[in-house]
Design a protein around this ligand. Sequence first.
Ligand code: ZN
Length: 323
Amino acid sequence: MSGKHGCEDFPVRLEPPALAALAPGNTGVPGVWSFASPSPGPHTAIVALVHGNEYAGALVLARLLSLGIAPARGRLSLIFANLDAFARFDRREPTASRYVEEDFNRLWCRAVLDGPRDSAELRRARSLRPLFDTVDVLLDLHSMLWDSDPLMLCGATDKARRLALAIGSPLLVVSDHGHLGGRRLIDYRPFADPGTKRAAVLVEAGQHWLEATVSAMFASVAGLLRHTEQLAEADAAALAPSLRTRPAPTLAQVTMTVTAESSDFRFVRAFRGGEVVRERNTLIALDGNAEIRTPHDDCILVMPSLRTSRGHTAVRLARRVPA
Ligand SMILES: [Zn+2]
């Protein structure tokens, strides 16, 4: 079976947004909108389209712009990160427009940003970097190929864990250590350095092309702007009515990252992201002849990729920890 996913596997139920009118932004940097309040406060950034085919986040930003959103204090920036990749979106091959040349979300270390390499994504990252260098609180809006319960990824720092829990939605917050393949935007040093107060989190809000994913993102955005006191409680509730009745989120720590070592990796059944496998030592997958078993009780399956090629992450396993 080829690694490409056709549209028959993942129906596109969400219309891509028309972004031509929004693409210029209002800051001189394409795709960047920024609004300042006369009252002092944090600089908050909400980022969409880090991956070009994950346009649920762009629908959210477009809606915020059409509502004329303005922060009650500080600054609010809305960023369409990879418009060039999004422009290539084709519903007949909806997974092909994740990026143009390389993954925008693996570039965020100084050695790469300051290094000699060049690509469409690196040029874009370098043009956005001065803005990110002024951001105090960042929410990066992502979605997933495989249908999964929404979750928030907060990296390894306590400050980002606290931010994710304070946002209050999604109800699962996962502390992790990122990807071996390169640093994500939320791992960019100014955010990931425990010595600063600045923090960034990433929401994986659901399947790329479902309306429910847009709603989950609105809940995170409303929770964020309520937490930063940039949006009044009533305005936050109008953006996401479900936010008021939410229980406190659960915090989980990644205990193991399962990488496919063979070209024949398969789960024993179609697990859904967010599922909890109760018993330790339960068989969840076969990698060639090797058995993959849960390393502990109450094992949370984080973003299982039901078709994984060799060398790629198949699933992360996590355990609930005290919040
Ligand atoms: Zn993504």
